[in-house]
Design a protein around this ligand. Structure first.
Ligand SMILES: C[S@@+](CC[C@H](N)C(=O)[O-])C[C@H]1O[C@@H](n2cnc3c(N)ncnc32)[C@H](O)[C@@H]1O
Length: 375
C-alpha cells in the first residue's frame, strides 16, 4: 500500500473515533446522531459539501477526491439511513401486498440467485454498507462473505452486528477502496462478487470493474445492481441534468454515468455479460421509489406505516423540523440540517428520475469472468 493510502486510512480511522466516539455498534439512528462530536460533525459536513457545486470544475474535484467525499457522506448520513430505512441501504421492487422488509430481502435473495451463490462460495460484497445485505445473503445461502467498505464507521457497525447475531464465522467486514481491490485481496480470490447500489460512487466505472475482475476467480460471476441514467437521459436537456445533479448531490455520487458507459465498461474489462436488465422498467404497480413519494395509496402493509411515514415527504419534513430545532438548541450537532436538506434533494431527484425513467437504481448486470481470461 502506498504511503499516501496508509496516511489516508489512518486519518479516516482517527476521524471516525473522534466523530462517532466509542461503542459504535451499540448505537443506531437518533441515539447515534445525538452522540456525535459536534466539531467533527461540522468538519464532516463541510468536507462533503465543499465538493458540490453544479459545475464541471466541482465535478472534477469530486472525481479526484471521491474517497474522502463518500467517506464524509456516509459519516454523516449513516444514522439517518438506519433511522429511516433500516440496515440495507438500497431500493427494491414491490409485489402487491408485500411488506417493505420482505421486498428488501427478496431483492437481495434475487441477486444471490442470479449470481449463483452456493454454500461453498467465498463471496465479496463490494461497498457493503452496515452489512444488512451480507447478513441476509449469508443466512440465505450459507456462503462466506467478505464485505468491503471505505467507511470505518459502517465497518465497525457491521462487524459488531455480525458478532451479536452469531454470524461472525460466515462474515467479515474490512476496510478498502473498491478502486484498488487488488491492494486488499490477492488476484483470483473470490468465487462470486456482488455489489448493491455502491459502485455508483466510483469515479470511473471501468477501473472499478477491472479491480473486481482481478480479484474474481476465472469462471466466477459478478452480479451488480447499478445506479445509472437510462438511455432516455439527454445530456442537452437542462431538466434531465437537474435531476441527475440532485441525485449526485444528495447521494454522495461524484458523477452518475449512463447505462451505456456501464455496459461498455464491463465489456472492456473482459467480462461476458449474461444478463443486462433494468428491473425498474417492468411497469410494476407499486413503483420502487414509493417510500419516498408520500403517496399513502401505495403502502402495502400496516407494519410499514412507521417506515413509510419517516421516508415520505411529510415524514421528512417532520424530521427536518425536529433536527432543525435540535440543532438550534445545541442538542444536535451543527450541520445536521444541511444533511437533511441534502437528503431531501436526493429524494426529490430520485422520485423525479424514477417517474420519468431517466434513472434506475437497479440496472442488473450478471457478468462472467471467462474460464480462460485473455487479460
Ligand atoms: C448506498 S450504500 C449501499 C451499501 C450496501 N451495499 C447496502 O445495500 O446496504 C453504498 C456503499 O458503498 C460504500 N463505498 C462508497 N465508496 C466506496 C469506495 N471507494 N470503496 C469501498 N466502498 C465504498 C459506502 O461506504 C457505502 O457503504
Amino acid at each position: 500500500m502506498s504511503s499516501s493510502n496508509t496516511e489516508l486510512r489512518q486519518r479516516q480511522a482517527d476521524f471516525t473515533k473522534t466523530l462517532h466516539g466509542e461503542e459504535i455498534g451499540a448505537k443506531t439512528g437518533l441515539s447515534a446522531l445525538l452522540s456525535k462530536d459536534k466539531t467533527a460533525q461540522k468538519i464532516a459536513v463541510s468536507t462533503y459539501l465543499e465538493n458540490f457545486q453544479n459545475n464541471k470544475e466541482s465535478e472534477a474535484k469530486r472525481l479526484e477526491n471521491y474517497n474522502e467525499t463518500t467517506h464524509s457522506y456516509y459519516n454523516i448520513v449513516t444514522d439517518f439511513y438506519e433511522y429511516g430505512w433500516g440496515s440495507s441501504f438500497h431500493f427494491s421492487r414491490f409485489y402487491k401486498g408485500e411488506s417493505f422488509a420482505a421486498s428488501i430481502a427478496r431483492h437481495e435473495h434475487y441477486l444471490a440467485y442470479m449470481a449463483g451463490i452456493k454454500k461453498s462460495d467465498l463471496v465479496l460484497d463490494v461497498g457493503c454498507g452496515v452489512g444488512g445485505p451480507a447478513r441476509e445473503i449469508a443466512n440465505f445461502t450459507g456462503c462466506h462473505i467478505v464485505g468491503l467498505n471505505n467507511n470505518d464507521y459502517q465497518i465497525e457497525k457491521a462487524n459488531w452486528v455480525a458478532k451479536k447475531t452469531g454470524l461472525d464465522k460466515q462474515l467479515e467486514f474490512v476496510k478498502g477502496d473498491f478502486m484498488d481491490l487488488n491492494g486488499t485481496f490477492e488476484e483470483n480470490t473470490f468465487d462470486k462478487v456482488y455489489a448493491i447500489e455502491a459502485t455508483c460512487h466510483a469515479p470511473n466505472l471501468e477501473k472499478c470493474y477491472k479491480e473486481i475482475y482481478k480479484v474474481l476467480k476465472p469462471g466466477g460471476t459478478f452480479a451488480v445492481y447499478e445506479w445509472v441514467m437510462t438511455d432516455k437521459f439527454d445530456e442537452n436537456n437542462e431538466e434531465h441534468k437537474k435531476i441527475r445533479y440532485e441525485i449526485e448531490l444528495g447521494d454522495g455520487i461524484p458523477k452518475m454515468f449512463g447505462v451505456d458507459v456501464a455496459t461498455q465498461a464491463l465489456k472492456n474489462c473482459g467480462f461476458e455479460i449474461e444478463v443486462a436488465n433494468d428491473l425498474a422498467d417492468n411497469n410494476d404497480e407499486v413503483p420502487w421509489y414509493y417510500p419516498l413519494t408520500g403517496e399513502w395509496r401505495y403502502v402495502q402493509s400496516l407494519s410499514d406505516l412507521a417506515t413509510f411515514f419517516r421516508t415520505s415527504y411529510l415524514g421528512r419534513k417532520v424530521t427536518n423540523t425536529m433536527v432543525s430545532v435540535m440543532e438550534r438548541v445545541g442538542i444536535a450537532p451543527e450541520g445536521s440540517v444541511k444533511v437533511t436538506e441534502a437528503l431531501e434533494n436526493a429524494a426529490v431527484g430520485l422520485v423525479a428520475g424514477g417517474k420519468s425513467k431517466l434513472f434506475t437504481p437497479m440496472m442488473l448486470f450478471v457478468a462472467k469472468k471467462p474460464e480462460q481470461p485473455s487479460q
